[in-house]
Design a protein around this ligand. Structure first.
Ligand SMILES: [Zn+2]
Length: 174
């Protein structure tokens, strides 16, 4: 399925962008504005029998609860992204246990909405002392039976459902 961004000019030569074969392409040079899905990493971080959510300090979904994580940087392995983002947003050191799954989602943004691909990992925090920073304004531990009501992004229900199956089927990995 094609998606055209709101961009009007070429990032290389400032020429006009025009639709060509489902993408915006520069009329003057070979640049094509491909709108490929963008991978993000989400952490299902446990400490004891509780799971960590962070409250988003920025839009989209400002004020909603979220799995901590974020967009991958160039050249990173997703597990490195997870450790880096968790450290930045919560100050926590984690041990990554296993991948839970890969989930398509939608990241709303006024000019440039993104088809994201969330790579969800199960990880365990070494302590429960959260120091929120960066995109997160608060971090809180929730019992799996009493999760926050407003959870951000349209793929969170599927992620949580699969994560609970992982915990129930292989409790020994905790
Ligand atoms: Zn160009």
């Amino acid at each position: 399925m094609a998606h055209l961004s709101a961009y009007k000019f070429c990032s290389v030569c400032a020429g006009n962008l025009r639709e060509k074969n489902g993408h915006l392409a520069c009329a003057k040079c070979p640049f094509v504005n491909y709108q490929n899905p963008r991978p993000t990493v989400s952490g299902l971080i446990m400490h004891g029998d509780k799971i960590l959510f962070t409250r988003r300090g920025r839009d989209p979904y400002k004020g909603w609860w979220d799995f901590p994580g974020g967009f991958m940087d160039w050249g990173e392995h997703p597990e490195e992204t997870l450790r880096r983002e968790i450290k930045e947003e919560t100050g926590l050191d984690i041990a990554v246990k296993r991948i839970v799954g890969i989930y398509p989602g939608y990241y709303p943004a006024k000019f440039d909405p993104v088809h994201i691909l969330s790579i969800a990992y199960y990880a365990v925090a070494k302590t429960d002392k959260v120091v929120p920073a960066d995109d997160a304004e608060e971090g809180r531990w929730f019992p799996l039976t009493k999760l926050p009501k407003k959870i951000a992004f349209n793929n969170h229900a599927r992620i949580l459902s699969d994560f609970k199956k992982v915990l129930w089927s292989a409790p020994d990995i905790a």
